[in-house]
Design a protein around this ligand. Structure first.
Ligand code: NAP
Length: 297
């Protein structure tokens, strides 16, 4: 039976990846008490002792604004730990699926970002993730970096959850309208990761090596946070009346410690070409992700 290791298995993405493997696999989900990624020196020995056949690294320091003040910790978890995971995976000749973000870019490109575009992060979180990508590629062998954008889920703290709460509590809400992206559902990203993992587990080493590298994994389409909030309001109104007026504002009227890119659109053409997997538009993903929860509200 194949043994899978999922770090960050209680997080937004990790919990959904964990949920994919009901039978036929042994799934190791060490929490931070068992495998603390802020102690990178512990990673190699733990993996050597537990010998997985494939690793999903869903653990990350994801508090974007807090990272401005905790840069060292963010870099330990997002740069040093992935480097150790990559080294350990190389020693066992097993694939590592690692996750990254649209925040490795500065958002000034007029069109969708390609995997080959240079990174230029605007904040500490983005910097730690960009360095993490470099470290994984340098230290690893069978490494696959999936860059996700605007991740959200029905179950974990995220923009979607915050909006649902605020839209119910308030009469007026101002939401940023000059940053665009493609909200990507955790359930869809997990499913696509599972398909990739099954391919990698079935391929021989040479084939797996040929396709190592960075891939974008995001929804198609593009909207602003303001438009996303409007869709969330629309979805809530399908199951009951919510009276809240949402107005668009520029990001500079909602100052945050960490700067965000204005353009977060990621081209998925490389992934489609190599793995034959289609993109799904953000709205279809959205109702697939939150539909069951809507019926319960
Ligand atoms: N959220 C987004 O909008 C977004 C967007 C683009 C890309 N991404 C990337 O997608 C991936 C998954 O993100 P996510 O939103 O699912 O993250 P998340 O919900 O914040 O979950 C992160 C997980 O990492 C674990 N973790 C944090 N520090 C740890 C440590 N020192 N040792 C062990 N585990 C630790 C957390 O453990 P606890 O459960 O104990 O807290 C949690 O399970 C990350 O690589 C992230 O950078 C996220």
């Amino acid at each position: 039976m194949k043994r899978l290791l999922i770090t960050g298995a209680n997080g937004q993405l990790g919990s959904r990846i964990q949920g994919l493997w009901k039978t036929g696999y042994e799934v190791l989900c060490p929490d931070r008490q068992v495998l603390d990624l802020s102690r990178p020196e512990k990673i190699g020995p733990w993996i050597k002792a537990n010998r997985p056949d494939l690793i999903f690294n869903c653990a990350a320091y994801t508090a974007v604004d807090k990272a401005e003040a905790e840069a060292e910790l963010a870099h330990l978890i997002n740069t040093n730990a992935p480097a150790e995971l990559a080294k350990a995976a190389k020693a066992l000749k097993i694939p590592l699926i690692h996750y990254s973000t649209d925040y490795v870019f500065d958002g000034t490109k007029p069109g969708p970002y390609l995997e080959s575009d240079p990174t230029a992060p605007l904040n500490q979180y983005g910097r730690s993730k960009a360095l993490g990508e470099e470290a994984v590629l340098a230290e690893g062998d069978l490494v696959y970096i999936l860059r996700v954008s605007w991740l959200y889920s029905r179950s974990h703290p995220c923009f979607y959850q915050t909006m649902v709460r605020l839209l119910k509590e308030r009469d007026e809400l101002k939401v940023v309208n000059d940053q665009i992206g493609a909200p990507t559902a955790a359930g869809w990203a997990a499913f696509e990761s599972g398909i990739l993992a099954e391919k990698l587990l079935s391929w021989d080493l040479e084939r797996s090596k040929t396709h190592r590298g960075i891939y974008h994994l995001s929804a198609s389409g593009q909207i602003s946070w303001y438009e996303f909030a409007q869709e969330i309001l629309k979805s809530l109104n399908l199951v009951g009346q919510v009276d809240c007026n949402i107005s668009p504002i520029p990001a500079d009227q909602y100052p945050l410690p960490a700067k965000r890119p204005q353009n977060s659109i990621l081209s998925n053409q490389k992934r489609a070409l190599i793995f034959g997997r289609p993109q799904m538009d953000w709205r279809t993903q959205f109702y697939a992700e939150v539909g069951s929860q809507l019926r319960q509200t």
